[in-house]
Write a protein that binds this ligand. Sequence first.
Ligand SMILES: NC(=O)C1=CN([C@@H]2O[C@H](COP(=O)(O)OP(=O)(O)OC[C@H]3O[C@@H](n4cnc5c(N)ncnc54)[C@H](O)[C@@H]3O)[C@@H](O)[C@H]2O)C=CC1
Ligand SMILES: O=C(O)C1=N[C@H](C(=O)O)C[C@H](O)C1
Length: 269
Amino acid sequence: MAGDLPGIVVAGASGRMGRMLLQVLSEEPNLRIAGALERPGHDWIGSDAGEAMGGAPLGVTVTDDPLEAMASAQGVIDFTAPAATIEMADLAAQARAVHVIGTTGLSAEDIARIDAAARHAVIVRAGNMSLGVNLLVQLAKQAAASLEGWDVEIVEAHHHHKVDAPSGTALMLGEAAAEGRGQDLEKVYRAARDGITGPREAGTIGFSAIRAGDIVGEHDVILAGQGERVVLRHVATDRAIFARGAVRAALWGQSQGPGHYSMADVLGL
Ligand SMILES: NC(=O)C1=CN([C@@H]2O[C@H](COP(=O)(O)OP(=O)(O)OC[C@H]3O[C@@H](n4cnc5c(N)ncnc54)[C@H](O)[C@@H]3O)[C@@H](O)[C@H]2O)C=CC1
Ligand SMILES: O=C(O)C1=N[C@H](C(=O)O)C[C@H](O)C1
């Protein structure tokens, strides 16, 4: 019976990812949509989430009250904004709901707050929920470790609505490359260059971001040596890949103990 299935709240329901999640969840046989959350003042509040999207009713009324949305929920999938995600981490922990966090642009302080909530709740967080990117992260770590002394540059491209840079995925890739070399990304991180920068500093990891049109998400890890280079690339053409990963994480989280998990944990990579 649908009522016995774990119920999931979609936070940021009207967003690019929120709409995709409502669609993917409505076709998911092992979970049900238990709530839809939007920011106060949003014009979807009070409407059926399916109808607000221009489709068939889903039987879920969009609310701006997280506690109301989580009342009968076992999970929250959250692709919103850092301030909303931090607030949700505490509320989801109180409600004993698995919190799947796709939001990017989180600061070190935000992550410390999430770590604190994860002491008594299941939290799965990843800057990219797709299978392909999570595999690429492993490959980037291995390549950076093997290609000692080669320069590492990460180039990412996204749609013109994206508000944070570098992308969460670029940071995951950079962290993996740094880890492969036994480095701390904070120390070797270099942002996009401009002006008279001087020659490239050996051992650093460079980040460049393109924002244009409707690009869903593209990431290159360039490893450049003398006379040759390796380029590891992921191209996302459909946001459904992120939504499917998040739904998988929400299901996986139902049988875990408290902790701050990654998609690599979910996927067993
Ligand atoms: N980890 C991953 O695989 C992916 C992560 N993202 C990240 O997810 C986030 C959202 O991306 P998009 O859907 O493209 O953005 P968007 O701007 O289309 O959607 C965000 C939604 O969150 C809502 N929101 C803001 N504050 C809220 C609050 N307090 N309570 C409830 N809802 C609130 C907004 O009104 C908006 O509808 C970004 O940080 C993005 O980088 C996006 C795609 C994949
Ligand atoms: O904002 C987006 O759209 C995306 N954000 C994530 C990121 O910051 O890496 C994941 C994906 O690339 C799409």
